[in-house]
Structures are given as structure tokens and as C-alpha cells.
Write a protein that binds this ligand. Structure first.
Ligand SMILES: *Cc1c(COP(=O)(O)O)cnc(C)c1O
Length: 414
């Protein structure tokens, strides 16, 4: 079927004719509808708030509530529609995708779409910290209760549901400490109990974890990370099946959320190389994680792609890819030694965010944020608590290894 004929169905609808193509092919084709690109390869940057009508008859003919029909900038233009469409095509089972001005806006936008006063949401204890903060700052004042759970305790999770539990927020691997949850099992329990399961899928993307086919109802990402890929934009997205997509879209329109066409064009550019960047980062991260696990300064390597590491079996069972983000824990509890490690690095930038082409490092100490789990986890030497997160970029892995070696040599020096 030609894509032109599906235009009237709206920008969120995926092209079913693409289903037989593999992800690497879909990532090249996705969102490039001729009516949006014209005669060039990429959809141009449509900067515009106002659509000018020819006359009153033309105005009256307008279909302002239909997607794919430019009538006012807040509803997006072909540049944003092309990005949303591309993300939908990459997420098997999705009917549409809503774009948000940041990953955090995607999380709050999704939660506000599915929760009402009097509801309870179950949130994984290793959620991205701003998600945790939302429980207090956004949800509690609206009369929505948040209950944190241990993502590795499936039975304990099932026991937390009440008749007020409306949604669950999952994230796997968890932020910083990288625990891999049994997402299919948790999502199945949520569905059985009548709750909507939401996965923060920023780490794996749909290429590494096709969330909706694993039982999740809504898959969201910070596009700031892998999809942008170049540390120069902020954006988020959420994809879902028909009914939930309609709810997400309605709420985001009510909240007046819109992303700039310039940023959408950048995100589309990043998306085209997502697969090759993830493959390269994964290979580099795997080698570096393996090497770190042999080093005497290192107590634990928290990299699900590494055989023997926590969560590896579930990662191997459920994921179709990895990425360059992993963590490790230094032996002992000397924060000054960890600071020497970080300061000795020359190639790793010190900074938040991740998923860019450049490598980054950041220290972390989850103990102060957790409420349903403990850090360090039970079974570890309780002195080994100093976390370091690495985002591996596209540099030569041998150079990165030498840099990390320089850091480890500095840990014990004074
Ligand atoms: C960074 C991040 C977010 C938030 O994304 P922003 O675009 O920075 O708002 C959400 N979830 C995870 C797992 C993240 O790492």
C-alpha cells in the first residue's frame, strides 16, 4: 500500500506494510512519507504557528481535530509528525506516539493521563530520580498515592495491589544500579489486576526491548539520550496501542505540550544512526565491563550484557540489544579515592545525561533515595558502596580502557 493513501488516518498510525522489514531497514524508512518530505530525503523543518486559508470556504472545510492536517502549530507540523510516525513504526504493537518536551515531561504526561485522584501508582524503587520526586511534588498534591516496590521481588510486587492501584511504572535496567526486572512477569501481573503498565524504556529503546510485545501497555523514552544521540536536544516520547494513545494525545494537547520542529529534525537525524551507534556502544561497553571485572579495585560490575553480572540471564532472555550505559562499584568506601578516579579520566566527560557519541562518567550513591530496597544490596560486602556510572560513546575502546586504567591507578594513590 502506498503511504500517501494512509495520510488521512493521521500521523500516529503505523504503516502495516513495513512489518516484514527488519529494524535496521525500518529505521531508514520510518516516517519518510512523501507528502511530508516532498522531493527531498528528510522532512524539512516546518516552522509555523499559523496556517493561512484561501478564503472562508477553505476555512470552513478545515478539519482542525485531525492529525496530519496542519491547522495550528501546537498540533505539530510534518516535521514532528514524521518523528512521531517513525517512533511508532519502530515500536511493534504501537498505534501512535506522543512527543514531549523532555523525558521527564513524558513521564509526568503519561502519569497524568492514566491516574486520577484516589488512585495508587506502584513505582519501581530504582526509578530515575525525577520520577521518584514526582511522587511527592506532582502526584501527592493531586491525591494520588505512590507505593515503591523492589523490582526483583515479583511476589512482593503482586501483593501490593489494591482496588485503587491504577498503574505501575517500571524501568529496566534500573537507573544507576542497573537491576534487570522480569518485566514480562510484572506487566502480566499488572494486566491481571487491571492496572496499566508503563515502562521507562530509555536504556534499551524499542530496538533492544520491544516493550508492548513484552506485555507493557505504554513504552516511554527520553529521546534526549540515545535517539538524539549527540547531546544537543531535550525530548521525550510515549508510544501505546489505540485506546491509550488517544488518552495520551488528549492529555498532552490539554497540557499544551509541543516540541520544536528544529528539535524534531535533530531527533530524526539522530534516529537514523541509532542502530549502528547502539551496536558499537554495546560492543565497547561489553569489552570494558569485562576488563573492569578483572581489576582488583572493582567490587562489582553492574552491566546486564556481561555473563555472570546481576540481571544477565533476564537480559539474555528478554532483550534484543544493549547499549553503552553501565555501572560499577569500587571496593571500599573512600569517596576521595572515587573522586581521584573520576578526576584522572581525560576522555570521559563528567556530566549528567548519557547516550551521546561522547563518553561520560558520574558518581552515584543510591542509598539516600531508596525506600523499598537497600544499597548496598544484601549479600554484598557492605563497605562496597561507591557507584560509578559510565556512558560509553563512540571513541576507540582501547583508548577508553587506557583512560579507565589511569583512573583506577589514581584510586589508591594519595
Ligand atoms: C534522562 C532520563 C529521563 C529523563 O529525560 P530528560 O530528557 O532528561 O528529561 C528519564 N528516564 C531515564 C531512565 C533517564 O535516564
Amino acid at each position: 500500500m502506498g503511504c500517501r493513501s494512509r495520510h488521512a488516518q493521521g500521523y500516529g498510525n503505523r504503516r502495516l506494510s513495513d512489518d516484514q522489514h527488519k529494524p535496521a531497514t525500518r529505521i531508514v524508512e520510518a516516517g519518510r512519507r512523501p507528502e511530508w518530505t516532498g522531493s527531498v530525503v528528510n522532512p524539512p523543518v516546518w516552522r509555523g504557528s499559523t496556517h493561512l486559508y484561501a478564503d472562508s470556504v477553505d476555512l470552513a472545510r478545515g478539519r482542525p481535530n485531525e492529525d496530519g492536517h496542519f491547522y495550528y502549530g501546537r498540533r505539530g507540523s510534518p516535521t514532528q509528525w514524521a518523528l512521531a510516525d517513525a517512533l511508532t513504526e519502530l515500536e511493534p504493537g504501537a498505534a501512535g506516539t506522543v512527543l514531549y518536551p523532555s523525558g521527564v515531561a513524558a513521564i509526568s504526561g503519561v502519569l497524568l493521563s492514566v491516574l486520577e485522584s484516589g488512585d495508587t501508582v506502584l513505582m519501581t524503587d530504582n526509578a530515575y530520580e525525577p520520577s521518584r520526586v514526582m511522587a511527592k511534588s506532582l502526584l501527592a498534591p493531586l491525591g494520588i498515592e505512590t507505593c515503591f516496590f523492589d523490582p526483583l521481588d515479583v511476589e512482593g510486587f503482586a501483593a501490593l495491589f489494591t482496588d485503587r492501584t491504577r498503574a505501575v511504572l517500571l524501568e529496566s535496567p534500573g537507573s544507576l544500579s542497573m537491576e534487570v526486572a522480569d518485566v514480562p512477569a510484572l506487566a502480566a501481573i499488572a494486566r491481571e489486576k487491571g492496572a496499566i503498565s508503563i515502562l521507562d524504556n530509555t536504556w534499551a529503546t524499542a530496538l533492544g526491548f520491544p516493550a508492548l510485545t513484552r506485555g507493557c501497555d505504554i513504552s516511554l523514552m527520553s529521546l534526549t539520550k540515545h535517539v538524539g544521540g549527540h547531546s544537543d536536544l531535550m525530548m521525550g516520547c510515549a508510544s501505546a496501542g489505540d485506546a491509550l494513545y488517544a488518552r495520551l494525545r488528549l492529555k498532552s494537547q490539554a497540557l499544551g505540550l509541543v516540541v520544536s520542529p528544529d528539535d524534531a529534525a535533530l531527533a530524526l537525524r539522530g534516529l537514523r544512526t541509532l542502530g549502528v551507534r547502539l551496536d558499537r556502544e554495546t560492543a565497547s561497553a561489553f569489552g570494558l565491563a569485562q576488563w573492569l571485572s578483572t581489576r582488583p579495585e572493582v567490587a562489582h560490575v553492574l552491566c546486564p550484557m556481561l555473563p555472570g553480572a546481576p540481571g544477565h540471564d533476564l537480559w539474555q532472555r528478554d532483550f534484543t540489544g544493549g547499549c553503552g550505559l553501565f555501572s560499577f562499584v569500587l571496593k571500599g568506601s573512600d569517596p576521595a579515592g572515587r573522586a581521584r578516579f573520576i578526576d584522572a579520566l581525560e576522555l570521559f566527560g563528567i556530566g549528567y545525561s548519557w547516550g551521546g557519541y561522547e563518553s561520560l562518567v558520574i558518581p552515584f550513591d543510591p542509598a539516600r533515595t531508596r525506600s523499598a530496597t537497600s544499597w548496598p544490596p544484601a549479600g554484598w560486602n557492605q563497605d562496597d558502596r561507591l557507584g560509578i556510572r559510565l556512558s560509553i560513546g563512540l571513541e576507540d575502546p582501547e583508548d577508553l580502557m587506557r583512560d579507565l586504567e589511569r583512573g583506577l591507578e589514581a584510586v589508591g594513590s594519595i
